[in-house]
Design a protein around this ligand. Structure first.
Ligand code: C5P
Length: 225
């Protein structure tokens, strides 16, 4: 079926403390949004890109990419999961029951096409996500901040995006209670699904706090070495 990229971009970016949503900050002369969408649009298996944009967002319409013929928008939601659900609903309407959705954070401008390719190749009917094995030793604490136990890190992963699912399956999962759902896979897991993990690259960072920008600048330059 057709593949739609769904890009949640309706966050306010409070932790960035920039006074403007983080996707409109510039990195090497282009906004983060243009980096992210440029990469998705240049990946040929993606038919079109659906962006969840806040109705209060005056910056989006000023971007040249907003009028790209393969880019459309839907309304953002109160949470990331709601923003994604609106985009998936649109993908289902446009692409029908056979459609697939590749959900990618607007705030991850450095995603590599080779990673998206690997994700698509290794994905099965359960869906798949890019992820990174943890490198640190992981502690489980009690409420008192004393350690209860050490978790076996062999099987602990950090979830990244993109995350790839059949649109109908994801829409159903996102139609349930979304409390505590912070990525697409967790909604699918609640329905008993077991999406595949695909090891991604560590430079696919989510720009969240101010110090992430110089880090992104460094990683971007390194990608073109
Ligand atoms: O806040 P966080 O960094 O987890 O946001 C991840 C992505 O989800 C960002 O691209 C952000 O714009 C988006 N988001 C959204 N709707 C919300 C909250 C976040 O589309 N209500």
């Amino acid at each position: 079926g057709p593949v739609y990229a769904v890009v949640p971009a309706a966050g306010v970016g409070e932790r960035m403390k920039a006074g403007i949503p983080k996707q409109y900050l510039t990195l090497a002369g282009k906004t983060l949004a243009e980096h992210t969408l440029g990469r998705l649009l240049s990946f040929s298996p993606i038919d079109s890109v659906i962006v969840s944009v806040s109705s209060q967002d005056p910056w989006w319409p000023t971007l040249p990419v907003a009028s790209h013929r393969r880019v459309s928008t839907v309304a953002g939601g109160k949470t990331r999961a709601e923003s994604v659900r609106n985009g998936v609903a649109q993908a289902l309407m446009d692409g029908g029951e056979e459609a697939w959705v590749l959900v990618h954070d607007m705030a991850r401008p450095l995603v590599r096409l080779s990673d998206i390719q690997a994700l698509m190749e290794q994905c099965d009917e359960q869906g798949a996500i890019l992820a990174l094995p943890v490198v640190d030793t992981i502690k489980q604490s009690g409420e008192d901040l004393h350690i209860d136990s050490t978790v076996d890190r062999e099987r602990i992963w950090r979830a990244l995006t993109p995350q790839l699912f059949p649109a109908a399956r994801l829409y159903e999962a996102l139609s349930a209670d979304l409390d505590g759902v912070t990525d697409e896979a967790s909604a699918i897991e609640r329905q008993g699904g077991r999406p595949r993990l695909v090891a991604g690259q560590s430079d696919n960072i989510k720009i969240t706090v101010p110090e992430d920008l110089p880090l992104a600048r460094f990683y971007l330059a390194r990608q073109f070495e």
